[in-house]
Design a protein around this ligand. Structure first.
Ligand code: ATP
Length: 253
């Protein structure tokens, strides 16, 4: 589904992604862990087409298409979804209008007619239940005045509404209490299918008790320097990142 080869990207001339390669197949969940500042959020920004970052080298293929040539909007319409680390508030835009516009934009791309009012309301109801979202939140402006946890839950609600092929969850677990963490993780698990995939960026092994990854990768200094199974997350929790740094330095000698 997604193939990243030797990706290099910078912001204002400062290189952040330094030769990153990663392959994600349909049906897989990949966790990305790594120390602060390693480039995890930058990777999600580059994949979704944030224009602040410049790709200087490498290829990214998504479902056979050159992802780097597509606009951020078309990347979304092709099925990439990003759950933001810091979701923005959009005062004055109701959740209902926001979601209906997004759903219809995706349908238009697939040459489908706009969703009927009845089907849209049914879809909203079904997906709200999936993330146990309060009706009152769905009647407000997008994220306006939502608590940190409510914003994160709203991200998963939006993901459920759009049913993406590739979901990138950037620290969706930060700021969630235990119940919200479970609800968000359940939502992600229920949406999992053999046709879609997820990249879960997290600092904590705890989330991976709920969302079981097929692969865990360590992103360090702009590259994936180590990959393994779920046990790697436990090892990182226990040992931190110093040993990774040592391994990388030794390999460079
Ligand atoms: N707009 C910017 N201008 C300058 N440097 C930036 C900018 N955005 C990101 N960076 C730098 O890029 C590096 C990687 O940041 P990024 O947010 O991708 O790290 P991260 O791995 O997600 O970290 P964290 O775990 O703390 O969220 C950091 O050193 C950061 O300061």
């Amino acid at each position: 589904m997604l193939e990243i080869k030797n990706l290099h990207a910078n912001i204002n001339g400062k290189e952040i992604i330094k030769g990153l390669s990663l392959t994600v197949n349909a049906g897989e969940i990949h966790a990305i862990m790594g120390p602060n500042g390693a480039g995890k959020s930058t990777l999600s920004s580059v994949l979704t087409g944030n224009p602040a970052f410049t790709v200087t080298e490498g290829q990214v293929t998504f479902n056979g298409k050159n992802l780097l040539e597509l606009s951020p909007e078309d990347r979304s319409r092709e099925g990439i979804f990003l759950s933001f680390q810091y979701p923005v508030e959009i005062p004055g835009v109701s959740m209902v209008n926001f979601m209906r516009t997004a759903v219809n934009e995706h349908r238009k791309y697939k040459n489908l007619d706009p969703i009927s009012a009845t089907d849209f309301l049914r879809l909203m109801r079904e997906k709200k239940e999936l993330v146990e979202m309060d009706n009152k939140l769905a009647n407000r402006s997008v994220n306006e005045g939502f608590s940190g946890g409510e914003k994160k839950r709203n991200e998963i609600f939006q993901m459920a509404m759009l049913n993406p092929l590739l979901s990138i969850l950037d620290e969706t677990d930060s700021g969630l209490d235990i119940d919200a963490l479970r609800i968000v993780a359940n939502g992600v698990n229920k949406l999992k299918s053999p046709d879609n995939a997820s990249i879960v960026i997290t600092h904590y092994q705890r989330l991976l008790d709920y969302i079981i990854p097929d692969f865990v990768h360590v992103l360090y200094d702009g590259r994936i320097v180590k990959s393994g199974g779920k046990e790697l997350a436990y090892e990182l929790e226990e040992r931190g990142y110093d040993w990774i740094k040592k391994e990388v330095e030794e390999a460079a000698i």
